[in-house]
Design a protein around this ligand. Structure first.
Ligand code: COA
Length: 244
């Protein structure tokens, strides 16, 4: 089968979200997905997660119309599907409109991401990036992403989609020399927009209670206190209180 020639936004999206772009195109091609609209639908629903991508490719092979329905419509009014998106249109950029860029943590990037660090007084606030990347290797639903600002690696963020309405952000860190320059806020705005665009209503995250910068930062983004965890972390929530 010939390799499909997808529109520029699709190629851009694949390059920015997946470690092995050629493999993603091959999987789409093997599944007979060669048109832009179904390819966008699968990628949109996958939200950068390889396990979700594989899931929606399987669903597309079963019934492509179901996948188009999930990507383009939502049950908003009295259970009737309402068209909210059109997969004939280009996929929204990833962070570009916020002046930052997300890239998957490829093997080539991994050691650079592991060597990003926070200030000494912040070290007790977060586990190491290496530990989170190990967790991501073991749990395919995790989406670890490197944050680039002006082409320079400035931070690391990792999220997980629990179900079509709920996601968690497990890590946001900006490398100490790049902090207080607006990258954290722009990365959060870009990720929140990306998640909201794909139908996520609620985002959970947690931080140490003594992390005052995190508390005021996330509060300014309309996160509110949800609960306290046994290990002492406080859980904050954006959107309605929905179960994971
Ligand atoms: C929290 C963090 C991600 C913010 O990223 P950042 O790029 O430094 O933040 P920004 O420059 O985008 O500023 C965002 C907000 O953070 C706060 N902030 C940033 N630097 C601050 C500082 N030196 N002192 C006080 N508040 C500060 C402010 O509330 C700021 O809001 P403003 O833009 O209205 O001033 C970053 O400080 C960090 O990596 N901290 C260590 C890891 C951590 O605590 N992660 C979050 C909990 S898991």
């Amino acid at each position: 089968m010939n390799t499909p020639r997808f529109a520029h936004d699709i190629v851009h999206h694949i390059r920015h979200h997946f470690e092995d772009p050629a493999r993603i195109i091959e999987v789409l091609s093997d599944a007979g997905i060669s048109d832009n609209r179904p390819a966008r639908a699968v990628l949109y629903l996958a939200g950068g997660s390889i396990s979700m991508f594989e899931h929606y490719v399987r669903e597309a092979k079963r019934d492509i119309y179901d996948v188009l329905l999930w990507a383009e419509y939502e049950d908003k009014i009295d259970g009737h599907p309402v068209k909210l998106r059109d997969m004939n249109n280009p996929l929204a950029g990833s962070g570009a409109e916020h002046g930052i860029d997300f890239q998957p943590v490829s093997n080539a990037l991994r050691s650079d991401v592991e060597s990003l660090g926070v200030y000494e007084h912040q070290q007790s606030f977060i586990a190491s990036n290496r530990r989170l990347l190990d967790q991501a290797s073991a749990e395919p639903a995790m989406v670890p992403q490197a944050i680039f600002g002006g082409g320079v690696l400035v931070g690391f963020v990792m999220h997980e989609i629990h179900n079509p309405r709920v996601a968690s952000i497990h890590r946001l860190m900006i490398d100490a020399p790049h902090q207080s320059k607006g990258y954290g806020r722009r990365a959060m705005l870009a990720l929140m927009q990306e998640l909201t665009d794909r139908g996520i209503e609620t985002i959970y995250l947690s931080f140490r209670p003594e992390n005052d910068v995190a508390r005021s930062f996330f509060s300014s983004l309309n996160f509110v206190h949800e609960t306290d965890e046994e290990d002492g972390e406080v859980v904050y929530r954006h959107g309605p209180s929905l179960p994971l």
